[in-house]
Design a binder for this molecule. Structure first.
Ligand SMILES: [Zn+2]
Ligand SMILES: [Zn+2]
Length: 440
């Protein structure tokens, strides 16, 4: 070989040198990027591993589960000694060890009530390592509201699919996750929603077969798509499309999803109709601001999730405060501690000026996620009030994990299991983890 062809790598060699040799690569884009990983199981482990190895500057990891021994065959960042610990926390600790340059946050709790919509707003990409349709529907709607792209991954056995959904609020906006759902998916979600808490618990008992190998393949594609999106090279990738992988035959193909115009998940919260408010604002303060912004006294406040504020036992004639999102409740949370009767739940999704009992409270006190959005509305006119929106993401995350919100309630002396939620590790046989079902 001639000397002319020899590159002097010594001057440019560094941790990220090899990937930086890709012509369009800009490591500074990765360094400045903030990525939220939802789910810290088989996919989540691989997602986080890839992100930190590649030098993505800030990685948030959300999961409500604790580690079991059956996770060890598929999760590169878990060790046998971690059994019983929070998946999100262990992933973050291990990832820190892989690359101390990356800023990492663990969010232990249900993504639907732990972090709030403002966190979705302030990350560049969301990566899904989820195992059920309900959580995907939530992530999809959250991303659409605030305009953040997300890349979903699903695995079952030796099959998997990765797909990217990008809300752009323009006329050429593509399909969302919900657009890809078929009749059967909708039926399953509806059936689960209409079930009592008790039977919902039972439905969670099933387990889906997954392997470390398929997880590595699908998560690898997901992170690769995230890198393209960060470089604004998404269109060459999987926006509105799915990469389906069959590990049995090694057939793989890309499917293009159709946008369903009648899909209910395309709501956008316009930035010009959003207003940052203090993290500890009371409903009265939110109502007052909403009235001012909308120019009328006839204002209703709307929370992102349905809240169970109390439960009434008809036989004991007693009321018991609950103050948690409905989706977090498990069967034991909804029975009378004295007589065992099922409680009649008082559910709240909207707060009106006449609801005196709530006006003095902070949203977090009745179960709203710490950095969530409360929407003030008058007819079709809306103003989105972003709790703690002016704080840095770090400050909001610190509040989310330190506050009396869902995150810490998960570790508290609550009667429910840790993180009390409807969607733990395993979906039933009806789960969206089945790529064959999901790819339509
Ligand atoms: Zn849609
Ligand atoms: Zn009772």
């Amino acid at each position: 070989m001639s000397d002319k062809l020899t590159l002097d790598v010594a001057a440019t060699d560094g941790r990220y040198h090899r990937q930086s040799l890709i012509t369009w690569w800009d490591q500074s884009l990765l360094r400045d990027a903030r990525v939220l990983v939802v789910g810290a199981g088989a996919l989540g482990n691989e997602l986080v591993k890839n992100l930190v190895l590649m030098g993505v500057g800030t990685v948030l990891v959300a999961d409500l589960d604790v580690i079991e021994d059956s996770n060890l065959s598929r999760c590169v960042l878990f060790r046998p000694r971690d059994e019983g610990r929070s998946k999100a926390e262990v992933v973050v600790e291990a990832a820190r060890d892989l690359n101390e340059e990356v800023e990492l946050f663990a969010l232990h709790g249900d993504v639907r009530s732990t972090i709030g919509l403002s966190v979705f707003r302030d990350v560049d990409v969301v990566l899904g390592g989820l195992d059920n349709r309900e959580a995907r529907l939530f992530v999809n709607q959250a991303c659409w509201k605030v305009g953040t792209p997300w890349v979903d991954g699903a695995i079952e056995g030796l099959q998997g699919v990765a797909r990217a959904f990008v809300p752009n609020q323009g006329p050429d906006e593509g399909p969302c996750y919900e657009c890809t759902m078929g009749e059967r998916d909708h039926q399953i979600v509806a059936a689960r929603r209409s079930c009592s808490l008790l039977s919902r618990d039972e439905m969670e008992a099933g387990k889906v077969p997954t392997t470390a190998t398929t997880a590595a393949i699908v998560a690898g594609i997901q992170v690769q798509e995230a890198i393209k999106l960060l470089h604004e090279r998404g269109p060459m990738g999987l926006i509105g499309r799915g990469y389906a992988y069959n590990g049995v035959t090694h057939d793989s193909y890309v499917v293009t999803y159709a946008r369903q115009e009648e899909c209910m998940a395309h709501d956008h919260y316009e930035a010009e109709h959003s207003r940052d408010v203090p993290l500890d604002a009371t409903f009265l303060q939110l109502l007052t601001l909403g009235r001012e912004l909308l120019g009328t006294d006839d204002v209703t406040l709307q929370t992102e999730t349905e809240l169970a504020v109390s439960g009434r036992c008809e036989s004991c004639e007693t009321d018991r405060p609950i103050n948690r999102p409905l989706h977090e409740l498990k069967a034991p949370d909804a029975v009378c501690a004295v007589c065992g009767e099922e409680l009649g739940l008082r559910l709240v999704h909207t707060i009106r000026p006449e609801h005196d009992e709530f006006l003095g409270l902070r949203p977090a006190e009745i179960g709203v996620a710490p950095a969530d959005v409360v929407t003030a509305r008058h007819g079709l006119e809306r103003r989105h009030l972003v709790l703690g929106g002016a704080l840095s993401l770090t400050e909001r995350l610190t509040a989310a994990t330190a506050d009396g919100g869902a995150a810490s309630a998960a570790d508290g002396a609550d009667p429910g299991p840790t993180g009390a939620t409807l969607v733990p590790d395993a979906p039933g046989p009806q789960a969206a983890a089945n790529p064959a079902e999901d790819v339509s």
